[in-house]
Design a protein around this ligand. Structure first.
Ligand code: ADP
Ligand code: ASP
Ligand code: MG
Length: 426
């Protein structure tokens, strides 16, 4: 029998009524002849509440106990969904991460999945039983301790299970009906995509689109798991297919830019009048790397006196204070005159595999942003994306400007589609 993985996020299981609705979606696929594994998140808001409780108990908490607490949200929804399925006459049982087991590293709070033995789940399928699996969690083999996979980690549980059981597809059900050209909460004209490549989805997720956890897209790409994003709020008897994340070859008509993402989790640091001599970059970035701080955008500018340089770079906002402290400590060794920083910045990125074969795509954006009076603090580019760092106050204006510039707005796309029969309408 073909196998299917279905994943339901927090808003989709927010209360018992919604869990009943999820049961109906699952029953539909069972009736269609699939062996089904369902991965569930905690009820929406639950994980935040659990994290707050842990921090309240002790700001310097033991990460193993943090995982023991925050993994509990998913246990509740897994049990409740199994009960709802049974009530509808569908055979089902719940699985906690350690019972399968989903074996992970011991990086508590952001563990990585090492292996999943499908044997136990397969025994359940052979009994005609739906496997309802608590997402976001696993177990470390040597210590036997419960681990969690980082916020949003149920997506990763779902794709990993799909790969392990050889599922035909992994359907990620959420509160939007697919992947949009940008966050539809920010740009009402955002357009749902029919298909998006693994590479583009990976960039979008890495650059701030929270619709899928980055690691889940990596796994889907490596294991070639056809993955969809679709709505759990569609009626169970009229569910639409959503967005398919797939290989580039499976997309007939490519656009140059397919999506715009933004990330508020950025902070900028500038070191003024750094000695312009060999080894200075190593002196700055070495200590930050040693502290596991991820430096992203870097710009070096020669200052007026020709013998010193200004170095500007970004770090995650959550590492800003720590970075400042490390650079203060290394001041004598680096030899800079002044340190400045800003946390009210945002990184806006445009993504598209078509950038590989088109020149001047980013230049067009710089001009459009300048026309709106938006100052660019830093720029990075790579093969299929470019990013600009700007003042946070301009986030929406910048995202909307780029979204229109590259022809992603709904009305325009519709016109294009009428004339060219292109993809991605809803
Ligand atoms: P879940 O709880 O189901 O995992 P999430 O809140 O993690 O749901 O992800 C869904 C949300 O992702 C949407 O409500 C939407 O606001 C946001 N989002 C950000 N960027 C995009 C995008 N490009 N396409 C669709 N949704 C996006
Ligand atoms: N419940 C976890 C979180 O809120 C995992 C998930 O929902 O994917 O981060
Ligand atoms: Mg999520």
């Amino acid at each position: 029998m073909p196998r299917l993985v279905m994943k339901f996020g927090g808003t989709s299981v927010a209360n018992v009524d919604r869990i009943r609705n999820v049961a109906r979606h699952v029953a539909r696929e069972v009736a269609a002849g699939y062996e089904v594994a369902v991965i569930v998140s905690a009820m929406s808001g639950k994980t935040n509440e659990l994290v707050d409780w842990v921090k309240d108990a002790n700001a310097l908490y033991d990460p193993r106990e943090y995982d023991a607490v925050v993994a509990s949200g998913e246990l509740v929804t897994a049990g409740l969904l199994a009960i709802a399925l049974q009530k509808d006459g569908v055979k089902a049982r719940s699985w906690q991460g350690w019972q399968i087991p989903v074996v992970t590293s011991d990086a508590h709070g952001s563990a990585r999945i090492a292996e999943i033995d499908p044997k136990n789940l397969e025994a359940g399928f052979a009994q005609g039983e739906v496997a309802v699996i608590a997402g976001f969690q696993g177990v470390h083999k040597e210590t036997g301790r419960v681990t969690t996979l980082g916020r949003g980690g149920s997506d990763t549980s779902a794709v990993a299970i799909a790969a392990a059981i050889g599922a035909e597809r992994c359907d990620i059900y959420t509160d939007v009906d697919g992947v949009y050209t940008t966050d539809p909460r920010i740009v009402p004209k955002a357009r749902r995509m029919e298909r998006v490549t693994f590479e583009e989805m990976l960039e979008m997720a890495s650059l701030g689109a929270k619709v899928l956890q980055v690691r889940s897209v990596e796994l889907a790409m490596v294991h070639r798991v056809p993955t969809t994003v679709r709505s759990s709020f569609d009626p169970p008897d009229a569910a639409r297919p959503g967005t398919l994340i797939c290989d580039e070859d499976d997309i007939v008509e490519q656009q140059i830019i397919t999506g715009i993402a933004f990330s508020r989790d950025e902070a900028q640091i500038t070191l003024r009048k750094v000695k312009d001599s060999p080894g200075v970059a190593a002196a700055i970035f070495g200590p930050l790397a040693d502290a596991n701080i991820n430096v992203d955008m870097i710009i070096q500018t020669v200052s007026g006196d020709q013998s010193t340089t200004d170095m500007t770079f970004t770090v995650p906002a959550s590492d800003y204070q720590r970075s400042r402290a490390i650079l203060d400590e290394a001041r004598a060794q680096i030899g800079y005159a002044q340190i400045e920083g800003a946390t009210d910045v945002v990184k806006v990125s445009a993504i598209g595999v078509g950038m590989r074969s088109h020149a001047g795509v980013a230049a067009k954006a710089f001009r459009a942003l300048a026309e709106k009076g938006i100052n660019i603090r830093a720029i990075t580019t790579s093969e299929i994306k470019f990013s600009v760092l700007i003042d946070a106050a301009y986030t929406e204006l910048a995202v909307r400007t780029l979204h229109s510039l590259y022809g992603l707005d709904q009305a325009r796309a519709w016109d294009d589609a009428v004339s060219s029969g292109s993809r991605g309408l809803n």
